[in-house]
Design a protein around this ligand. Structure first.
Ligand code: GDP
Ligand code: IMO
Ligand code: MG
Length: 435
């Protein structure tokens, strides 16, 4: 029996979906614990690509339960569409296969509208570059104690009361502050009454279910969304998402006790990407030959918004922040194949911030913006890696690169990924097996 948390170590899109899909083989439960459909997790199984925004990435297995914890925020229309699209592919999501926390909050149509209106109103240097999915406004309402929970939706009179209490203020702000279209109470009530009927069989108490599973000796896999530097407390604030993305939130966002977590695996892209605005010290800006190669060879376009991802070298400062903040016990290094063909590869080992050396991301956003990476350079390799299936068959330079990452961080890779497919993976250590 083991409980394993998977988190992103950088700015998201590290390949969490692929690794979660792979590890689901050993798990009984796969649990999302934060974020919403700002996430885009890609799986490639038998050559077919699936992108999940809200359904946990374990859904392709027959006999596993996918769980949406209380820390997740749910756009019910998006969830139902995702379920319908799976049904079209012959995979019916039955109540036995998915459980939704009654304590999870709902992304309401006004949240989405406010997110977009707020971003549009910001000047260029202040824009966050959100996904426009209503994430910030929904978490604001949760913390402000005026949010609408999944459990409220299941109780028509409570839902009506909450919606009526919220809507006048939301429409006032939409119209008066942003000159945006207001939302319609009757239309939302109709739409959400349908959602309530469709989702009711899936709703339950996640904390109680996971506790029973643990006591019965079942394996639980927690699937983080976004990445460590997008964490609301520890990331490059305000250029972050509105939830805690680090491993500690696996417990809070699902109602699972911290003493029961056995392993925390950090997904680490072999280079770095970021989508949206904000500091990115190792960025190789658009037009840089190496940055453009990483972007093209790595197909670095957002899985949610289709935006071009910014690309840069591996950042050891970011990796070490992730080791510390998540208490990592292992890495899954992804996209090592994308580095093939580089004569030399750079790794940032620290920052120079206005003459002061930094081994962690400065908390002050002005200083984070001023951070200049200090690089070291290692030899690259020319062989393509996509057909490699064992660590021993990696070129010596690729092994040295992995070893250098291990030496810089003190954390060894448990998994190395050399392509998007489930089979393109080197499993050095199975986190579900006792150390
Ligand atoms: P996530 O949000 O962390 O799940 O990552 P995304 O799905 O947004 O982005 C990762 C992208 O890289 C997806 O298109 C994956 O199919 C792809 N991918 C994952 N692992 C590898 C790998 O090892 N090599 C290559 N070339 N692509 C990968
Ligand atoms: P996955 O789970 C990469 C970024 C957005 C923006 C900032 C805030 O696929 O790794 P939000 O809509 O959350 O308020 O946007 O966070 N962002 C992500 N970037 N991967 C993600 O998820 C992201 N989710 C949010 O681009 O900069
Ligand atoms: Mg993604």
């Amino acid at each position: 029996m083991a409980s394993v948390v998977v988190v992103g170590t950088q700015w998201g899109d590290e390949g969490k979906g692929k690794i979660v899909d792979l590890l689901t083989r050993y798990a009984d439960f796969v649990v999302r614990f934060q974020g919403g459909n700002n996430a885009g997790h890609t799986l490639v199984v038998d050559g077919k690509q699936y992108i999940f925004h809200i359904i946990p990435s374990g859904i392709l297995y027959e006999d596993k339960t996918c769980v949406i914890g209380n820390g997740v925020i749910i756009d019910p229309g998006v969830l139902l569409k995702e379920m319908a699209s799976l049904a079209e592919k012959g995979l019916t999501v039955t109540p036995g296969k998915m459980l939704i926390s009654s304590n999870a909050h709902l992304i309401m149509p006004y949240h989405q509208r406010l997110d977009v209106a707020r971003e549009n109103a910001l000047s260029k240097d202040k824009k966050i570059g959100t996904t426009g999915r209503g994430i910030g406004p929904c978490y604001v309402d949760k913390v402000g104690r005026v949010g609408v929970k999944v459990g409220d939706l299941m109780d028509p009179s409570l839902f009506k009361e909450k919606l009526e209490a919220a809507i006048d203020e939301k429409n006032f702000v939409l119209k008066k502050q942003f000159n945006a279209e207001p939302v319609d109470l009757a239309a939302i009530t109709d739409e959400f009454t349908r959602y309530a009927e469709q989702l009711a069989p899936f709703v339950g108490n996640v904390s109680v279910t996971l506790d029973k599973a643990r006591k019965a000796g079942q394996n639980i896999l927690f699937e983080g969304a976004q990445g460590t530097q997008l964490d609301i407390d520890h990331g490059t604030y305000p250029f972050v998402t509105s939830s805690n993305t680090i491993a500690g939130n696996a417990c809070i966002g699902s109602g699972f006790g911290p003493s029961h977590i056995d392993e925390v695996i950090g997904i680490l892209k072999a280079y770095t990407t970021r989508v949206g605005e904000g500091p990115f010290p190792t960025e190789l800006p658009e037009g840089d030959a190496i940055g453009d190669t990483l972007q093209q060879k790595g197909h670095e376009y957002g899985a949610t918004t289709g935006r071009r991802r910014r690309c840069g070298w591996f950042d050891g400062v970011v990796a070490n922040d992730a080791v510390r903040l998540n208490g990592l016990t292992g890495f899954a290094v992804t996209k090592l194949d994308v580095l093939s063909g580089m004569k030399k590869i750079k790794l940032a080992t620290q920052y120079d911030v206005e003459g002061t050396p930094y081994e962690y991301m400065p908390e002050n956003i002005r200083l984070a913006r001023a951070a200049k990476p200090v690089y070291e350079e290692v030899d690259g390799w020319s062989d393509e890696l996509t057909d490699v299936r064992s660590y021993d068959d990696l070129p010596q330079e690729a092994k040295s690169y992995l070893k250098r990452v291990e030496d810089l961080t003190g954390i060894a890779p448990a998994i190395v990924s050399v392509g998007p497919g489930r089979e393109q993976t080197l499993m050095l250590r199975n986190p579900f097996e006792k150390k």
